[in-house]
Design a protein around this ligand. Structure first.
Ligand code: FE
Ligand code: FE
Ligand code: ZN
Length: 285
């Protein structure tokens, strides 16, 4: 089945997010676990969570993606920033245990001058200290554009992090189409080759979600500027290949394009039209 949704504001709680998702034609969605630029987590409203779970079951919402705040950086040169990252990871994972089947996505981090080797080791160390046996939430490393000292703009860096994590069975990758394009992977002309390289370095079985974005910039720009679907440098044709690719088509897709609710509804409608059901499979749309 085509799992498609978008970023939805968590300001009014879980049930409000569920209602919004259904209203715009989504069957999944992504939300921030707390203010993306801030820190503290809001108190949990149990009644709201229970109401959401009932609503989600009724309306077929599933495969949600929780996004960690941008302020999370497990490989900062500053110790207090690394400490804060550990606290956020612990709190978020504890909370997500209450939302079974929801995956947790985070930006691996920026090494702030320490270098890639130190950075990947610190990210892995943070994961080693927060991931524990019996935990079920799958944690996704997001592919990054490579702005500043960002780690994760090459598949090799993601592989290096995963290789140093003990509970690696809990780790996956979220492929952001804008980010990989801006990192220099040519998904427009050569999606097969890019996914082939991903398979050789990380392994396609790690790929668990896709951030579906067009990009304002040419490939390799490393600036990270999202654009509406079909209105950027990636273009509608390449986006259509992404959602129909055999290695990707069964993953959940999340739009993070500059849109209001009406814009997201229109993109979801358009993408459903571009998604090609496979012959012999009736569970596609
Ligand atoms: Fe992200
Ligand atoms: Fe993203
Ligand atoms: Zn981005």
């Amino acid at each position: 089945m085509f799992r498609i949704g978008c970023q939805i504001s968590s300001a009014r709680g879980y049930l409000a997010m569920g209602r919004e998702a259904v209203k715009i034609g989504a069957n999944t969605f992504q939300f921030f676990t707390r203010n993306p630029r801030g820190g503290r987590v809001k108190a949990l409203d149990r009644a709201d969570l229970d109401a959401y779970l009932e609503f989600a079951a009724e309306h077929g919402l599933a495969d949600l993606l929780a996004h960690a705040p941008y302020t999370l950086n497990p490989c900062s040169a500053k110790e207090e920033v690394r400490e804060f990252a550990l606290q956020v990871l612990r709190e978020d994972l504890e909370r997500l245990a209450l939302l079974p089947g929801t995956m947790y996505n985070f930006h691996p981090g920026s090494h702030t001058g320490q270098g890639t080797a130190v950075g990947t080791a610190q990210i892995a160390a943070a994961l080693n200290s927060v991931l524990s046996e019996g935990q079920t939430t799958i944690v996704l490393l997001e592919t990054m554009a490579g702005k500043g000292t960002e780690i994760g703009s090459s598949f090799a860096e993601l592989a290096a992090i995963i290789a140093q994590v003990e509970q690696a069975d809990l780790l996956g990758v979220c492929l952001d189409t804008c980010h990989v394009h801006e990192a220099g992977y040519d998904i427009c002309a050569n999606l097969d080759a890019v996914l082939g390289e991903f398979d050789r370095t990380v392994g396609l079985e790690r790929l668990r979600a896709v951030h579906l974005n067009d990009s304002r910039n040419p490939a390799g720009a490393r600036k990270d500027r999202h654009e509406k679907i079909g209105q950027g440098q990636i273009g509608l044709e390449a986006i259509a290949h992404v959602i129909n690719h055999p290695a990707l088509r069964d993953l959940p897709f999340f739009l993070e394009t500059p849109n209001d609710a009406a814009g997201y509804a229109e993109e979801i409608r358009m993408l459903r039209e571009l998604y090609e059901p496979q012959p012999g499979r009736e569970d596609q749309l």
